[in-house]
Design a protein. Structure first.
Length: 95
């Protein structure tokens, strides 16, 4: 994970975080499973839908959005720790 920090004001810092796909891959797999567990597709038992079918039905962007939403807090904490920041408020996030 690549992290850059830029001080905007005495109380604001901009963190730019670049996460390689290898680090995001477990979150993508977990998001695919989470979606598969929550949907009912004819011909498959609930939770037993193949990941390829989930990707075809819901699309890669939906899976990626779920993966990013689930893993964002962890990556944010890592980036803040690397930049030696102690966040006081909630971050504004741009993906």
């Amino acid at each position: 994970m690549k992290t850059e920090s830029e001080k905007l004001s005495p109380t604001r810092v901009k963190l730019t975080v670049e996460v390689p796909f290898d680090e995001l891959k477990p979150a993508v797999e977990a998001a695919t499973k989470k979606i598969a567990d929550s949907v009912q597709i004819p011909g498959f038992r609930k939770g037993k839908v193949p990941s390829k079918l989930v990707e075809q039905r819901f699309g890669r962007p939906a899976i990626m959005q779920e993966a990013v939403n689930d893993s964002l807090p962890d990556f944010y904490q890592q980036a803040a720790a690397e930049a030696e920041l102690k966040p006081v408020g909630r971050p504004e996030v741009e993906v």
